[in-house]
Design a protein around this ligand. Structure first.
Ligand SMILES: C[S@@+](CC[C@H](N)C(=O)[O-])C[C@H]1O[C@@H](n2cnc3c(N)ncnc32)[C@H](O)[C@@H]1O
Length: 228
């Protein structure tokens, strides 16, 4: 299949100069944004579902149409997989029946991650598949590693896998994770071998773009979250 997804265009020559400062700030200043009521409600429903499935948990953050959530549920039949996305439109598209060990949740991740940590969730795996890149330098704070919620993602722990068609995004995420955890990390090329986990993965690959990934094993570390 031929696809024509445009390659990322950025005004950054390398990792953002403000990255280390933003990560340091996120690690020392609590995120004060109040939790939105709709995500609190969505989390309560996810928590009720989770209680009926005590097997190891996988979070598929920013799951889009939920194809990856379905695939992961098939790939890990002894895990419970929760796909989270804020787009009702994407979540409602028909991509086949949802396996019994999968759940799709409409929620804002900035709130969902914090609620999950507060509830003591300890996912075995976390996936961040092709997050919005926000490639302009001015938008660093919208990338997950430049966002004040970043410590909560790391604190949840488990095997975290990030994939992107923008190498710099993955490199910055690796630098931010190294800064927070002290663990040296390596960004790798990702070869999907015609086994695409998400529609974006397929689209970028079919457009001839290179794909990148970072995989890191993180301990459950709620102390990473700054207190007031
Ligand atoms: C580029 S798409 C990738 C979707 C999917 N992972 C894939 O690879 O096909 C990024 C997704 O992240 C979701 N997203 C971005 N910010 C979010 C947030 N704060 N809370 C929940 N979902 C968010 C968007 O709605 C979108 O579906």
């Amino acid at each position: 299949m031929h696809a024509t997804s445009r390659a990322i265009v950025t005004n950054q020559p390398g990792p953002h100069q403000d990255l280390a400062r933003r990560v340091a700030r996120a690690l020392t200043h609590p995120l004060k944004k109040p939790i939105a009521e709709h995500t609190r409600q969505a989390f309560a429903e996810a928590e009720a579902w989770r209680k009926t499935r005590p097997q190891p948990l996988i979070l598929d953050a920013g799951c889009g149409v939920g194809l990856s959530t379905r695939r992961l549920a098939h790939q890990f039949p002894d895990h419970a997989v929760i796909g989270i996305d804020r787009s009702a439109d994407r979540l409602s598209r028909d991509h086949g029946e949802l396996p019994d060990n999968a759940l799709l949740v409409r929620a804002d991740l900035v709130d969902f991650w914090r609620l999950a940590l507060a509830a003591g969730w300890q996912p075995a795996r976390q996936y961040l598949l092709y997050p919005n890149p926000y490639p302009k330098a001015a938008h660093l704070k919208m990338r997950w590693h430049g966002h004040p919620v970043f410590p909560a993602i790391l604190a949840l722990g488990g095997r975290l896998e990030l994939r992107s068609n923008w190498r710099l995004y993955v490199e910055e995420f690796a630098l931010a994770t190294e800064q927070a955890t002290g663990t040296p990390l390596r960004v790798e090329a990702h070869q999907p071998d015609n086994d695409f986990l998400t529609p974006f993965e397929r689209k970028y690959h079919d457009s001839g773009q290179s794909l990148w990934r970072l995989a890191v094993d993180l301990p459950w570390a709620p102390a990473l979250l700054p207190t007031a």
